[in-house]
Design a protein around this ligand. Structure first.
Ligand SMILES: [Zn+2]
Length: 342
């Protein structure tokens, strides 16, 4: 079906001042369980000497021959996973990028108005043909990818009214109110080395690894906490988080070279452990809406709090209401079954 881009205007409101800590201020502790191997790195290729014994042989040859043969000494090492000290991690900035782009793509305009701009997501530049860069992304996130949305840029425009996403997660010149820590494990035995198709060599974190991390926030409304939770994949219907995609090659099946084995990368799912809330900053409104809120929330009470926050977000942000419980992993699997994506 041929579809056309849709003109969309962004619903912007005056932004929440960054010194405001009245509202929900605290820390959410999460585990991120990898359902498949996953690679998040800094994208740097590491060059290494793979045949150092050739150096002295090549060095004796005439210059024009030596130049030609010098390349045989070098190869690429595996693209590394991120390490901080002795921990293996997914950087908080990467997790934030994924969660933020999910909220932008899950938001669908109602009557050509959207509560979320495209600031992380690349705006529509034409429909990519099958095989072109981004074509799988386009199928999975249809119809949001057809929306022509601009991005908030108060530094450039001088207009500090922001969309709901930028008011929560920040925009040029406006700090975020949500801070993603790194998701890490101190177990050193969680990495694997894959030789993949197209000659790509990746160091990955193995499936079933659990990485622990924290997200802190200040001055959130209950609905804004709901937006964060929707981004993280919280689904009130199942009282749990849905799996999400992140990292390299998340949309396409790769092949392990020489073994001809297919491998899927980039699927993960959050679990909430606990939330600490600074009670002195809670407003009477929030205390009324969530009377059970306390300084340390966990277990069933935490799930109930999540459900209330997501319900509130659905009411306050009509753009998100239809896509709560959306999982791109489920859509991807459906597309693979139908043969739309391989
Ligand atoms: Zn925005």
């Amino acid at each position: 079906m041929n579809k056309s881009p849709i003109s969309v205007s962004i619903n912007r409101r005056s932004y929440t001042t960054r010194d405001n800590i009245l509202g929900i201020t605290g820390v959410l502790r999460l585990d991120l369980k990898l359902l498949t191997p996953l690679h998040v790195g800094f994208g740097k290729l590491k060059i290494m000497k793979i045949r150092p014994e050739l150096i002295s042989i090549i060095a004796k040859k005439p210059f024009n021959v030596a130049i030609r043969e010098a390349v045989n000494v070098l190869g690429y090492d595996y693209m590394e996973t991120v390490r901080y000290g002795d921990k293996i991690c997914i950087p908080g900035s990467s997790v934030k990028g994924v969660i933020r782009s999910r909220t932008e793509l899950m938001a669908l305009s109602q009557d050509n108005i959207n509560d979320f701009c495209f600031i992380v997501v690349t705006p529509f530049r034409g429909v990519p043909q099958k095989g072109m860069h981004g074509w799988r992304h386009f199928i999975i996130w249809d119809p949001a990818v057809y929306e022509l949305r601009d991005s908030c840029n108060p530094i450039q425009t001088g207009d500090y009214s922001l969309c709901s996403g930028c008011d929560i997660f920040g925009a040029p010149g406006v700090a975020s109110r949500v801070f993603f820590g790194n998701f890490c494990t101190s177990n050193p035995n969680v990495v694997d080395y894959l030789d993949l198709d197209f000659g790509e060599k990746l160091e990955v974190i193995k499936a079933n690894t659990v990485l622990a991390g924290e997200i802190s926030f200040h001055g959130l409304k209950l609905s804004e906490l709901g937006v964060l939770l929707i981004g993280l994949g919280w689904c009130p219907k199942i009282n749990d988080f849905k799996p999400i995609l992140m990292g390299k090659s998340k949309y396409r099946t790769r092949i392990i070279q020489n073994k001809n084995i297919k491998i899927i990368l980039g699927r993960a799912k959050f679990t909430a452990k606990s939330m600490t809330i600074l009670m002195e900053y809670l407003t009477p409104d929030i205390r009324n809406e969530v009377p059970e809120i306390k300084d340390e929330v966990k277990g069933e009470e935490l799930k109930q709090l999540f459900n209330k926050a997501v319900d509130k977000a659905a009411k306050e942000y009509p753009s998100l209401a239809k896509r709560i419980c959306f999982s791109e992993v489920e859509v991807l699997e459906e597309c693979i079954k139908k043969g739309l994506i391989s």
